[in-house]
Design a protein around this ligand. Structure first.
Ligand SMILES: C[S@@+](CC[C@H](N)C(=O)[O-])C[C@H]1O[C@@H](n2cnc3c(N)ncnc32)[C@H](O)[C@@H]1O
Length: 590
């Protein structure tokens, strides 16, 4: 084990809600807690018993710093915000109150004994459900009070599994655990399907041991729950929400990710020089031991040579860059992330294509893979780019898109034809007359993916995007794809409607915001603009559900719309992620 890897899990202080979130993102190991010497005052008073009261007063009492649990606000639509709803669900199903599952955080923080009682091994734990994050959720006996329970998160546990776990972290209303043993197997579990030796420890995938059709059902359930939790009025109003459609499968279930970002840590110490190469890979999800067939050393970052969901050229890039790092790691004074982004160029089959700068092998030769396009005199030449400012190309349904390697672009090329076709097919405006002009506003347009792929169905497209760099690429992409009816504006989606002059009853709007969703300013303006159709694409179905509920129930014209359809797209097979497309249409007036 290299010196930068932590050897033993520290007795963890409870992680504050925000800290947990930070930790999940950075994959840092938990800080070693400084335990408060709770016995110190007792011992001190015993040795002082012979002094006079005046002497005792003069001697300074050692200060006991009691640690206090401070909770911080969590973003309601983040995994931790969603967990609050999931905990309520499990409580309702067992007829329990919050008091009956609560943990005494101040005691756990200040007493080693309380920590030891709480952070323990528990057997015969039945996994009841899945969180939106793909973790198992269970109810276990409370270690302090026999009438109470604890809600426990068990990564890699599947509904129906009976397992042994090790609880290692406490929070006021739940605990976190590692999966140690599977005692009885869920009907969803088929460990023979596991494709990667790091599965079960790496934080990247959650469902490699779940048959794909079940994965798609889990994701549909995530969407159903998102609307139940974040659109409660619509969910409980008869006929206000359509049944969520089946999740669209990804044509590729492995080898699909066109971008990976392995990373490494270097301890922050003055004049520190690394003696061993640190692990390079992805964050670990606790320290589970349930996979008996592989032995992977613990560490906050796992050393990963190959990622089974990455495309072949991305994995070739990973091999190249790991070899380079092996030679150069001593130069690094701090941790870093290695960008691996697929670059796809199109050429005719016999053309000798000159490769642009990209990841090279140990002989300094650019690694590339060629793929013939079926039924066409064209081939795709793929390389792996590692510089974030470098321009890369993506090929979708006959269109090419250029963008900076470090900027946002969808990561699963194989599903993009299905998604863009679905979005396009849902833009049609009811009661359209033949020959009448129609328009599209693509808010949050990035480098023009939907503006360009949907442009041939409409008279004019206006794309809006806050990043000037992305707009530059959107314009360039429209030109290179010979799209003449698209115009792009640099600006905030919240400020666009004042400058859009297309007739609202002939205009459809695409929304594809970042994870946090749209804000109320934007939704009010969208409602005032009153478009004929809205297609809302989202990588966070929870913020989508919240926005749809707010738009329909709280904006001026919201009541005039109904939710025509909701459908998930599986951009990330083997993981818990799901992309959702909701279509909102104007009710027909008689
Ligand atoms: C999820 S991406 C979608 C991009 C594009 N539709 C695609 O699929 O490639 C969200 C985009 O919204 C942009 N964005 C973020 N906040 C914005 C805002 N307030 N107004 C306009 N665009 C914004 C980001 O720069 C990013 O390009």
């Amino acid at each position: 084990m290299s010196p930068v890897e932590d050897k033993k899990r520290p007795i963890s202080p409870p992680i504050l809600e925000n800290d947990v979130h930070k930790k999940q993102n950075t994959n840092e190991s938990a800080p070693t807690p400084v335990l408060t010497p709770v016995l110190a005052p007792v011992l001190a008073s015993a040795s002082e018993s012979k002094s006079t009261p005046v002497e005792q007063k003069q001697k300074k009492q050692p200060k006991v710093h009691k640690r206090k649990y401070k909770s911080k606000e969590v973003d309601q639509t983040s995994p931790l915000g969603v967990l609050q709803h999931e905990i309520k669900e499990i409580l309702t199903s067992h007829g329990l109150s919050e008091d009956e599952i609560s943990n005494d955080m101040n005691s756990i923080l200040n007493s080693e004994e309380a920590q030891a009682r709480n952070h323990r091994i528990v057997s015969n734990v039945k996994i009841e459900s899945l969180t939106s994050n793909g973790d198992g959720l269970a109810l276990i006996p409370h270690p302090e009070e026999s009438k109470k329970h604890q809600v426990c998160i068990v990564p890699f546990g599947l509904p129906g599994d009976v397992v042994t776990i090790k609880v290692f972290k406490s929070h006021p209303l739940y605990v976190e655990s590692d999966l140690m043993e599977i005692e009885a197997t869920s009907s969803f579990r088929d460990d023979s399907l596991i494709n990667c030796r790091y599965f079960g420890k790496c934080s990247g995938c959650q469902y490699q041991n779940v048959e794909y059709s079940h994965q798609l059902k889990f994701k549909r359930e995530t969407i159903v729950n998102a609307y139940k939790f974040f659109a409660p009025v619509l969910s409980t109003t008869d006929g206000a929400l359509p049944s969520v459609r089946d999740t669209e499968p990804s044509p590729l279930q492995y080898s699909y990710r066109t971008k990976l970002t392995p990373h490494f840590n270097v301890p922050y110490k003055k004049n520190f020089v690394l003696e061993y190469r640190p692990n390079v890979g992805f964050g670990s999800k606790g320290r589970p031991t349930w996979r008996k067939d592989v032995d992977i050393p613990d560490g906050s970052i796992l050393d990963i040579e190959e990622c089974s969901i990455g495309t072949p050229i991305i994995n070739q890039g990973m091999t190249n860059e790991r070899k380079r790092f092996e030679k150069e790691f001593k130069k690094y004074k701090k941790g870093a992330t290695i960008l691996l982004r697929e670059d796809t160029n199109v050429a005719s089959k016999n053309e000798k294509f000159e490769l642009k700068e990209a990841s090279t092998d140990e002989n300094d030769v650019i690694s590339s893979i060629e793929v013939d396009l079926e039924g066409e005199d064209k081939k795709l030449i793929k390389t792996c780019v590692t510089k974030s400012r470098q321009i890369v190309t993506e090929y979708i349904n006959g269109y090419t898109f250029e963008f900076s390697a470090g900027e946002f672009f969808q990561n699963n090329n194989s599903i993009l034809p299905a998604v863009t076709n679905y979005v396009k097919s849902n833009l049609a405006i009811a009661n359209s007359k033949e020959g009448e002009p129609n328009y599209l506003v693509d808010a949050y347009c990035g480098s023009g993916l939907f503006s360009i792929t949907c442009s041939d169905n409409v008279s004019k497209v206006i794309g809006v995007e806050v990043s000037a760099d992305s707009v530059k690429f959107a314009e360039r992409n429209a030109k290179s794809n010979n799209i003449q009816n698209a115009q792009f504006i640099v600006g905030k989606a919240e400020q666009i409607f004042g400058s859009i002059d297309t007739p609202c009853n002939r205009t459809s709007v695409i929304l594809d915001p970042p994870r946090k969703g749209c804000d109320e300013v934007f939704l009010n303006q969208l409602s005032d603009y009153h478009p004929a159709k809205i297609v809302y694409i989202s990588c966070n179905v929870h913020s989508q559900a919240r926005d749809v509920e707010w738009f329909l129930n709280n904006t001026k014209n919201g009541k005039e719309y109904y939710v025509e359809s909701i459908k998930g797209f599986d951009f990330f097979p083997q993981t818990h992620h799901v992309e959702s497309v909701a279509v909102l249409s104007l009710r027909e007036t008689t």
